[in-house]
Design a protein. Structure first.
Length: 258
């Protein structure tokens, strides 16, 4: 039988072997954590140096590549793009890659990355810039492309509702600028607002947009229902109260005394 000393010796050898095999990943993980702390503090230079050191131990680490890519975005967007592509971390890396493309001046590539990542907020920033420049057709086309990549599943539902609402808002503004297409733009906007309200039935902004669009250009019965529903959810909401006052039937004028 093996003696206790022999068993202890074998255990120590096992620990040494495990340590020899694992110290590099552990060192890389430690440096990644330190780099992330530096990044959170805004010390991007130190963060990049720590990520560089970590990658010396684990050159293919997706976490270190992604984190270094994020830290490089402002100083070296081309390097950031390479790191994010190598990290291959799905939607998160695609969204960051879109940011790198924006910094490199390639708006088309940035939008493609945002669409593939379903990065709604980032895409909205780009769309807002197009709308500010009066490029409503391009802005609406991008939002429609995003809507086409989203589903009504629980995972996508909130983003889909917001995207449809944004399309409706852009179409309402575009209707003012293109009178020949105003009726078609508004009709589509009504549909977008209705669907957004169905997907997110407790959202105040979606109900307000639906109510006012129908009040001003569409079916006042739908408008009345939207504002009434809003007041059920948010009693004394001032915009809904004012809108319902506009929708109230005018009181008949009393006939003059004979």
């Amino acid at each position: 039988m093996r003696t206790t000393a022999a068993r202890v010796a074998m255990a120590l050898v096992g620990l040494l072997v495990a340590g020899a095999l694992c110290w590099r990943p552990l060192a890389a993980l430690w440096l990644d954590n330190l780099g992330s702390i530096a990044y959170a503090k805004g010390d991007l230079g130190r963060a990049r140096a720590l990520f560089d050191r970590g990658l010396e131990f684990e050159p293919r680490s997706p976490a270190l590549l992604e984190d270094r890519g994020r830290a490089e975005l402002d100083a070296d967007p081309a390097a950031a793009l390479r790191d994010l592509a190598a990290a291959d971390c799905g939607a998160a890396c695609l969204a960051e890659a879109g940011d790198a493309q924006v910094r490199l001046g390639d708006s088309a590539a940035a939008v493609d990355d945002y669409l593939r990542a379903k990065a709604v907020t980032r895409l909205e920033t780009h769309v807002a810039g197009l709308a500010d420049a009066g490029q409503y057709e391009e802005a609406i086309a991008l939002e429609r492309a995003l809507a086409g990549r989203l589903s009504s599943s629980p995972l996508d539902r909130g983003n889909l509702a917001r995207t449809l609402w944004q399309i409706g808002r852009l179409e309402i503004v575009a209707a003012y600028r293109q009178p020949a297409r105003a009726a078609a733009e508004r009709a589509d906007a009504f549909k977008r607002f209705r669907r957004a309200s169905e997907l997110a039935p407790y959202n105040e902004s979606y109900l307000l947009s639906l109510g006012y669009a129908e009040l001003n250009w569409g079916d006042k019965r739908i408008a009345r229902r939207a504002f009434a529903r809003l007041l059920e959810l948010y009693p004394h909401q001032p915009d809904a109260e004012r809108a319902l006052a506009r929708l109230a039937p005018e009181r008949a004028t009393p006939a003059p005394a004979q």
